[in-house]
Design a protein around this ligand. Structure first.
Ligand code: E4P
Length: 430
C-alpha cells in the first residue's frame, strides 16, 4: 500500500519524506488555507515546493465548479510539474472534466466520494485515483472502511485501473483497516503515520538489548556521530537529534555560510567552557560569538541598536557577516564575565539557524580553523570528524563549507567600522 501525506505543511511533508516511506501528497483548499497559502502565484509556487520535496503524485485541487473552469484551471496545474495530479470534485461537471483530462493524458484524483456509485463513475471516466472520505463517513455513523471494501470489489470485478486512495483518515487503525481491505493508497495526517511506529514492547525490548550490550555495561561511549544532513532542506528528525545533543550540553560541528563552526547551546555553561578549551583559550579570549535564528532572537543579546545600525542588519542578514554589538544583560550571564560587546551572526545557512530556532536561544560558536591558519581540511566534515570527533557529540555533514571567513563589522560605537573584510560585501553599509 502506498502512503501519501494529507497536508500542505512543508515541514510535515519534509518530516514524512525523511521517514523513507512516503509515496505522494494530497492537498485540498482547506489544507492550503490552513498554511496561509493564498493567491494563485503563491499557491502554484507552493505546489512546486512540494514537488521539490517528494518524488511522487501531488494532488492539486481545482476551485472552479463548472466544466470549462475546471479544464482551464486543471491544465494550468498539470503544466506546473509532471507529478501534479489534478484533483476534481465528484460532480457532473467534475466527471466530465475527468474524462477530458483522461483523453489528454493528465492524471486526476476524483475527490469527495462517499458512495460505491460515485466511485464507479469516477473509474468509468478514467480517474487515476478515487478518494473515498472514510473519516467523514464515520463521523456520520456510516462505516467508511466498508465503502473501501465495496469499491475494491467493484473495481476488481471489471479490472478498473483507478487506484483507491483512502482519504479523510483520522488514526492508525484506519490505515490498517484500509490495508486489510485492499486500498491502493492511504492519505494520512503525519500523526497517523508516525503512530504506526509505536509499540510498548518494541520500546521495552530495545531498552533491554541496549542495557545488555557489552559497551553499555562497561560504560564505554559510542563513537561520535557523523550526521549527514541536507544542506538546504535539513531533515527535521536529524535537526532534532542535533538539537537534543546541544540541549544535553554537547558540542557539535556545524556548517555555516562561511566556514565550519564548533557550536554549543548558549544555555550550557559547561559546554561554553569546553568550546573555549577546544580553541585553547578562556571563554572571553576564544573568539566565541553567537548564531541567532533571526533579528528578533538577536535582539535578546544586543542592546542600543540605533536605526542606522538596524538598517544595516536588515540589509545584511541573513548573510556572511559577524556584527559586533553592545551586549545585553544576557551576555555576562552566559559567558560569566563582563563582556560589553558581543559578535552575533545570522548566517545564510539554514542548519545553524534552524537549530537556534529549535532551541529557542542562540548557539555559541567558534570557527573550526585556528585564527592564524585556514587549512583545507577544516572544510571537510569527514576530516573534522576524524580529528575532533572524540570531543564532539555530532559532526554535521552537509558537504564542504568554504574557507572564506565572515566580514566583521563593529556597530557598537554609533558608526560602522569594518574590522575584517571577509566573504560579506561591504555594499550593505551604504
Ligand atoms: C484528501 O484528499 C482529502 O481532501 C482529505 O483527506 C479530507 O480529510 P478531512 O476529512 O480530514 O478534511
Amino acid at each position: 500500500m502506498k502512503f501519501f501525506i494529507d497536508t500542505a505543511s512543508l515541514t510535515q511533508i519534509k518530516e514524512a519524506q525523511d521517514l523513507g516511506v512516503l509515496d505522494g501528497v494530497t492537498t485540498n483548499p482547506s489544507l492550503m488555507a490552513k498554511e496561509g497559502i493564498t493567491g494563485n502565484d503563491r499557491i502554484r509556487q507552493h505546489y512546486l515546493d512540494i514537488c521539490g520535496i517528494v518524488d511522487g503524485p501531488v494532488s492539486a485541487e481545482v476551485i472552479a465548479t463548472d466544466f470549462d473552469g475546471m479544464v482551464s484551471e486543471g491544465e494550468l496545474l498539470a503544466a506546473l510539474h509532471p507529478n501534479i495530479v489534478v484533483k476534481v470534485p465528484m460532480t457532473r461537471d467534475g466527471v466530465k472534466a475527468i474524462k477530458h483530462f483522461t483523453g489528454k493524458g493528465i492524471r486526476t484524483n476524483c475527490t469527495l466520494v462517499f458512495s460505491p456509485g460515485q466511485a464507479l463513475l469516477a473509474a468509468k471516466a478514467g480517474a487515476s485515483f478515487v478518494s473515498p472520505f472514510i473519516g467523514r463517513l464515520d463521523d456520520v455513523s456510516t462505516d467508511g472502511v466498508e465503502l473501501i471494501e465495496k469499491i475494491r470489489l467493484i473495481y476488481d470485478n471489471y479490472g478498473y485501473a483507478t487506484e483507491i486512495l483512502a482519504a479523510s483518515i483520522r488514526h492508525p487503525m484506519h490505515i490498517i483497516q484500509c490495508a486489510e481491505v485492499g486500498a491502493d493508497v492511504a492519505t494520512c495526517p503525519l500523526s497517523a503515520i508516525t503512530a504506526l511506529f509505536d509499540h510498548p514492547l518494541t520500546t521495552i525490548g530495545l531498552e533491554k538489548f541496549l542495557a545488555d550490550h557489552p559497551e553499555s555495561l562497561s560504560g564505554e561511549s559510542l563513537s561520535p556521530v557523523l550526521l549527514p544532513i541536507h544542506p538546504t532542506h535539513p531533515e527535521p528528525r536529524k535537526l532534532r537529534q542535533a538539537a537534543d545533543a546541544l540541549r544535553a550540553g554537547g558540542i557539535i560541528s556545524c556548517p555555516t555560510d562561511t566556514v565550519h563552526a564548533f557550536a554549543c547551546s548558549a544555555h550550557s555553561a559547561s559546554a561554553i567552557s569546553e568550546l573555549a578549551r577546544l580553541k585553547h583559550a578562556r571563554p572571553n579570549k576564544a573568539g566565541l560569538s553567537l548564531i541567532c535564528d533571526d533579528l528578533s532572537q538577536l535582539s535578546l543579546y544586543a542592546r542600543h541598536v540605533d536605526t542606522a545600525a538596524f538598517r544595516i542588519l536588515k540589509r545584511a542578514l541573513p548573510g556572511p557577516y559577524t556584527f559586533i554589538l553592545n551586549a545585553s544583560a544576557e551576555i555576562p550571564k552566559l559567558f560569566k564575565n563582563n563582556r560589553r560587546t558581543v559578535g552575533i551572526r545570522v548566517p545564510d545557512q539554514p542548519i545553524p539557524r534552524m537549530l537556534a530556532a529549535e532551541l529557542g536561544h542562540a548557539l555559541v560558536v567558534t570557527s573550526v580553523h585556528s585564527d592564524d591558519e585556514m587549512l583545507e581540511y577544516c572544510s571537510d566534515p569527514q576530516v573534522i570528524h576524524d580529528i575532533y570527533g572524540h570531543r564532539l557529540a555530532i559532526v554535521i555533514d552537509a558537504g564542504h563549507c568554504g574557507l572564506e571567513p565572515s566580514t566583521i563589522i563593529d556597530l557598537s560605537n554609533g558608526k560602522a567600522a569594518v574590522v575584517r573584510q571577509g566573504k560579506g560585501d561591504l555594499s550593505v553599509l551604504s
